[in-house]
Design a protein around this ligand. Structure first.
Ligand SMILES: Cc1cc2nc3c(=O)[nH]c(=O)nc-3n(C[C@H](O)[C@H](O)[C@H](O)COP(=O)(O)OP(=O)(O)OC[C@H]3O[C@@H](n4cnc5c(N)ncnc54)[C@H](O)[C@@H]3O)c2cc1C
Length: 340
């Protein structure tokens, strides 16, 4: 049996972190191979920005840019410097051996001297009718207040945040800058959030809390007009008119394929060394939302993608690797590559 193709640098993921790592890796002659993933539920090659319309806070685009176009440009930049792309999910990795072993869904296993994990995270949705449809078409439903709250669409409207943790509190407070009134919809009668955050919300003159209520449907055809609520105690249903809805019930990092081989935080994010992207396994680096449960922005994902590529390059150089563009490639890399 032919031995697996051996790569200097493999990058898993396809959001801002992965493409930035690829740009840096390719320009440093590391000839990176990117596994960009395949459509799987709400996960799309290109990452979370594929599910959003206007991005107004990514530097360099003063008029704003749509999420999918921004991602297309990032990928094109990585391809320009010779990045090779495989449009498959990585199913599993073996980090107990070096070079690491990377197992994609369909094509042959690949070996990698250095690995960057940039598989991102996904925002949890409620799973109620019209929610994700309106979110994808920019119709007034979002999973990120910091990203979308400042858009003209939400100005001076009655906005609602669903959730009861610290993220929901932060999003509600942030939205008071833009909305006429902010409602927090919570299915219990107390918040899970820290006391200090809960108190800031409860004492804010623009915020009102709807306790013991859950959203059972988002109302509206091409943009939100309101939500249908169910009282979690009495079961009574009421319609609430709204101009915008923000879901803040948590995120889940995409780390299942690692099968516990990297140390994770209690919330399941990849643990990295302080101000570095190095993980618990030497030679494996993590970038973007898969290691960041705090900032969760495209620009920070891109920034850590840059850091991961620079760290990987130095790590390889210290081991005498990475001087030549192609290294011991036993045979042509796996098929379905866009950038070959
Ligand atoms: C609705 C919404 C709107 C947003 N708007 C903004 C905004 O306006 N501005 C802003 O700065 N940020 C915004 N964000 C946040 C931003 O999208 C994220 O911070 C950023 O995309 C994170 O980038 P990432 O590279 O870490 O990974 P992601 O964008 O999460 O992409 C990772 C990708 O990797 C791939 N992948 C996952 N697992 C595997 C696997 N096993 N094998 C191969 N590939 C895999 C998937 O295709 C996945 O989509 C928004 C987020 C959401 C949800």
């Amino acid at each position: 049996m032919a031995s697996p193709a051996r790569e200097l640098l493999v990058i898993i993921g396809s959001g801002p972190a992965a493409w930035t790592a690829a740009v840096y890796g390719a320009r440093a002659s590391l000839n990176p191979l990117v596994f960009e993933g395949e459509p799987m539920g709400t996960l799309l090659p290109g990452g979370q920005l594929m599910n959003t319309t206007e991005v107004e806070n990514y530097p360099g685009f003063p008029e704003g840019i749509t999420g999918p176009v921004l991602m297309e440009k990032m990928k094109a930049q990585a391809l320009r410097f010779g990045t090779r792309v495989v449009s498959e999910n990585v199913q599993s990795v073996d980090l107990s051996t070096h070079p690491f072993r990377i197992r994609p869904n369909y094509s042959a296993e690949v070996e990698a001297y250095a690995l960057i994990v940039a598989t991102g995270a996904y925002a949890k949705w409620l799973g109620v009718p019209n929610e994700e449809r309106l979110a994808q078409m920019g119709g007034g439903v979002s999973a990120c207040a910091v990203c979308d709250g400042a858009l003209p669409f939400y100005r001076d409207k009655v906005l609602a945040v669903v959730g009861g943790g610290d993220t929901a509190m932060e999003e509600a407070l942030y939205l008071t800058k833009f909305g006429r009134e902010v409602l927090v919809i919570h299915r219990r009668d107390t918040f899970r959030a820290s006391k200090v955050m809960a108190e800031r919300v409860l004492s804010h003159p623009k915020i009102r809390v709807l306790w013991n209520k859950e959203v059972v449907e988002v109302l509206g055809y091409d943009q939100i007009t309101g939500v249908r609520l169910a009282d979690t105690v009495s079961g009574e249903r009421t319609d609430l008119p709204l101009g915008g809805l923000f879901i803040a019930i948590g995120h889940k990092p995409n780390t299942e394929f690692l099968h516990g081989q990297l140390d994770l935080t209690p919330h399941g994010y990849i643990k990295v060394k302080p101000w570095r992207t190095a993980t618990s396994v030497d030679g494996v680096f993590a970038a973007g939302d898969v290691m960041d449960d705090f900032y969760r922005q495209a620009i920070t994902a891109a920034g850590t993608g840059c850091m991961a590529a620079l760290e990987a390059e130095r790590w390889l150089a210290h081991r005498g690797l990475g001087e030549s563009p192609v290294l011991e490639t036993a045979e042509a890399p796996v098929p379905a590559s866009e950038g070959d």
